[in-house]
Design a protein around this ligand. Sequence first.
Ligand code: HEC
Length: 163
Amino acid sequence: MSRGRMTSKASLSCLVLLFLLASGCAEHQPAPGMSGVTPVHLPDVRTPIPLEADARQEHRAVMLQHLETIQAIVAALADEDYRLAQGLTETHLGFFMHRHAMARQQPENFPPAYHDLAMAHHEAAEKLADVMPTKDLKRILPEFNNVLKACVACHLEYRLRHS
Ligand code: HEC
């Protein structure tokens, strides 16, 4: 295996690891902006979004699908299937997904700042989809990072009200 290729694989592994760490910590209070991982011992100051049971269920299904999509995209990149990676990104994380999700989730119950974070996330996904055809991980990974940053940013700000 060439050195460049090993480096790419190593970068991908790091990406997955970072994502797992970030999503694992999302339940806990943020120490925003820093390069490290959010500490887990601080109080939860996320803003709760009150949703009815159905909408909560729907929101959760979308989130679980987001995570699965990330996994599938990483798998496609590891296989060097950039077309598949692009299709998954566009279909499951882009604006199409947003419209689909909003149609089923009582959008009026989400604060405007939540919508901004959601839009930033979809925009990052569209940018990621756009660079996939370059087949250049040096261009793809920074955009992928921006998508994951958008996931983390929202998880640090909001939670659904659990009652
Ligand atoms: C605009 C806000 C927002 C964005 C963007 C976002 N999420 Fe979420 N996500 C949430 C909220 C709110 C919850 C509920 C957290 C809670 O109540 O503790 C959640 C929960 C989750 C959960 C837990 C689901 C469960 O089983 O309860 C996963 C997994 C998840 N998100 C994955 C992702 C991934 C992956 C991305 C990015 C590709 C992402 N999310 C982007 C807001 C967001």
